[in-house]
Design a protein around this ligand. Structure first.
Ligand SMILES: [Zn+2]
Length: 470
């Protein structure tokens, strides 16, 4: 080990980066110049030849794509993300593999669909044997690896620490007065400012080594915002937009630090989300209950150590199980074995070269066990499949035949008109896709770990996120 600091306490998690904190409470403005050189498709293809490249993976919990300016939203919720997207790669049709954090993140990290990760219930644990996680692959390639999270569903006891030298919650600072004013309960759980503080401290200690840093932001899940970001009103849905603006400002702070320290020129930044959020589109609010577009269409943005002018858009259907196969392919590192997802480097290069996009018509699946939080009940998987403009959902109903819904986003972008009776051939084709999906339960390893004996303290942490668990 070149540095023993990680094996003892992690001073960068406990030290307060007061300078950063002070900067947080000022106005939200773009505060970083973009020092990156202009790059090309060839630079993307040659990323793997760079021995100085770091990886920053930012997960913004609960972010639906259609609330971002770069994804067509009319409100100015996301100037920082839009700026990154406009000089990077934006995946326009990105599907998360569940609408519930744990199942979704298990698929994102393993590139396996939920039926094969075995992580579909509140007490399921991500397998270690037989699964090579991206953090393990990067660690073995010589990267320092650290994960900082504030969502209990990705806690180490659920198996999410694999490959991370350090994997922990950030220490909590006192939130800025402008935040506390809008979110009186925020002081208990901290904010994403704490994550940025820890990231800055990590970079101070390890930034000149080669690193992989995973930041799992949680303020949007909790609808945290401050006075300056309270631009869009006070209804439930408006506060969500305020919170996006707040999180965007937090990213702006982080990007400012990266720019100041010279990391923008040697870091691949990937920004993703685990699921979206519903706002009464069909009488439902929140997430982790259904798999309609509002809770499974998420953003994905790749930011290279150079800027693309203009930025490029991948319009093909892509999925969160594709994220790590793509990153590992860009870096020419070993692929995740037996993955359901696949590299999208071909799509990125085609978009960057202005060539026609290869479209393999591969389906995308999302999966949510309706009984994920109920210990005594049998599994009851809701599955959605997308193909071209179509989304088909099979929703099991207790003691009745499953409910089926079919939408055509080409004619009906909000996906509210159920076409199940008027498009029987499409329905039959997608029905058989879901049958095949459900038959494939083969995990890559020999065994699936036993469910966790989850204790009362752990349950309370999850309940504090607003989930109903036993
Ligand atoms: Zn989540």
């Amino acid at each position: 080990m070149p540095n023993s600091i990680l094996s003892k306490r992690w001073p960068w998690l406990t030290a307060a980066a007061l300078v950063v904190l002070a900067a947080m409470s000022t106005l939200i403005t773009i505060r970083w110049g973009d020092p990156r050189p202009v790059g090309s498709a060839e630079d993307i293809a040659e990323l793997a030849t760079r021995s100085d490249l770091n990886v920053l993976f930012i997960l913004i919990d609960t972010l639906r794509s259609d609330r971002l300016g770069s994804y067509g939203y009319e409100r100015d919720t996301s100037p920082t993300l839009d700026r990154l997207a406009s000089r990077g790669v934006r995946f326009a049709r990105q599907l998360s593999q569940s609408s519930w954090t744990k199942a979704s993140m298990a698929s994102l990290w393993t590139a396996l669909y939920p039926n094969r990760t075995g992580v579909t219930r509140f007490n399921d644990v991500l397998a270690d044997e037989g699964v090579e996680s991206p953090a393990e692959i990067l660690r073995d390639a010589g990267f320092r690896t650290a994960g900082i999270y504030r969502n209990g569903w990705v806690a180490p006891y659920f198996g999410f620490k694999q490959g991370f030298e350090v994997y922990d919650r950030p220490s909590r600072q006192r939130a800025a007065p402008a935040v506390i004013k809008k979110n009186p309960t925020v002081s208990k759980g901290g904010t994403d400012e704490d994550i940025v503080d820890s990231a800055v401290e990590f970079l101070r200690v390890h930034g000149r080594e080669r690193w992989f840093l995973y930041l799992h932001l949680m303020d949007l899940h909790e609808y945290t915002y401050d006075e300056q970001s309270a631009l869009f009103g006070s209804a439930y849905s408006d506060i969500y937009d305020n919170s996006i603006r707040w999180v965007d400002g937090t990213l702006d702070i982080l990007l400012g630090h990266l720019a100041d320290q010279g990391y923008l020129e040697n870091t691949l930044i990937v920004i993703a989300s685990d699921h979206g959020e519903a706002f009464g589109e069909r009488g439902l609010e929140g997430h982790a209950r259904f798999l309609y577009r509002e809770t499974t269409e998420v953003p994905l943005i790749f930011v290279f150590p150079f800027k693309l002018e203009p930025g490029v858009v991948v319009n093909a259907r892509t999925r969160n199980v594709d994220i790590w196969p793509t990153i590992l392919d860009l870096l020419k590192l070993p692929a995740i074995p037996e993955a359901d997802g696949r590299s999208r480097v071909a799509e990125i290069l085609a978009a960057a070269r202005g060539e026609p996009m290869p479209d393999d018509g591969e389906p995308g699946f999302a999966h949510l066990d309706r009984h994920w939080g109920q210990r005594e009940k049998d599994p009851m998987p809701t599955v959605a499949v997308t193909e071209g403009p179509y989304r088909y959902l099979r929703i099991p109903v207790q003691d009745e035949p499953a409910r089926e819904e079919l939408f055509d986003a080409g004619e009906d972008p909000a996906e509210l008109d159920n076409l199940i009776d008027t498009r029987p051939e499409v329905a039959a084709r997608l029905r058989s896709q879901i049958d095949r999906y459900l038959e494939n339960t083969q995990p890559p390893g020999e065994t699936t770990p036993a469910p966790l004996e989850i204790d009362e303290m752990q349950l309370n942490q999850l309940r504090a996120l607003g989930y109903r668990v036993p």
